[in-house]
Design a protein around this ligand. Structure first.
Ligand code: ADP
Ligand code: 5GP
Length: 189
């Protein structure tokens, strides 16, 4: 059965942390590697964390209608999921797990309906979100401000998801997320 699991949340809520944990826990899951035009971070690997494209490359794929969804997530920074990525992972017999922004998550859910479980990972508060983003130390001040103002907007869309998980204590979040994924993977629908 072809299935998808979407984790969306404001930047800094803990999506990457939780999705990495789920990938270690469930053999059936495979990560949908997105395309981005943002700069590669020192710990990131091309083809594993993202496909790092130039703007020109991104535009070429867009023109050929190769994206399942795409977004200018931050000013001048484009992100998108290639249709071929989902097909590739399904062909390997995997359920596909996504780490995408809130709009992207809603779009993927709309497209795939019951084949997809859409989870919104919520920070305990905007203050905690700010601390986590600062602690990650991957953005300069004006980027931090942009991410926090986008986060406040994104929090309004939580109700459009199948499930909301508040990421307060990480060990509890892991267990709750595992439970949600396990019951979705086991469901026959
Ligand atoms: P996202 O992928 O949503 O942007 P990350 O997974 O990169 O978020 O998490 C942002 C930062 O917060 C990271 O430094 C991560 O280690 C930390 N973090 C994630 N979850 C928790 C948690 N429950 N408690 C404390 N710190 C957390
Ligand atoms: P970051 O730059 O921190 O890796 O990601 C910034 C935001 O872009 C995150 O909210 C992340 O989930 C989102 N994102 C990553 N890949 C995609 C994608 O393919 N599509 C959309 N719409 N958002 C994405």
């Amino acid at each position: 059965m072809e299935k998808l699991i979407i984790f969306s949340a404001p930047s800094g809520s803990g999506k990457t942390t939780v999705v990495k944990h789920l990938l270690k826990t469930f053999d059936q899951l495979a990560f949908s590697v997105s395309v981005t035009t943002r700069k590669q971070r020192p710990n990131e690997v091309h083809g594993k964390d993202y496909y790092f494209f130039t703007e020109e490359e991104f535009a070429e794929h867009l023109e050929r209608d190769e994206f399942l969804e795409h977004e200018e997530v931050y000013k001048g920074l484009y992100y998108g999921t290639l249709k071929s990525e989902v097909e590739r992972l399904w062909a390997e017999g995997k359920a596909v797990i996504f780490d995408v922004d809130v709009k992207g998550g809603i779009n993927i859910k709309k497209y795939y309906g019951d084949k997809a479980l859409a989870v919104f990972l919520k920070p305990p508060s905007v203050d905690v979100l700010m601390q986590r983003l600062k602690g990650r130390d991957t953005e300069v001040e004006h980027e931090l401000k942009e991410r926090i103002s986008k986060a406040q907007e994104e929090l309004k869309y939580a109700d459009q998801f199948d499930q909301i998980i508040v990421n307060d204590q990480l060990n509890i979040t892991f267990v709750t997320a595992e439970k949600a994924v396990r019951s979705f993977l086991e469901s026959a629908f």
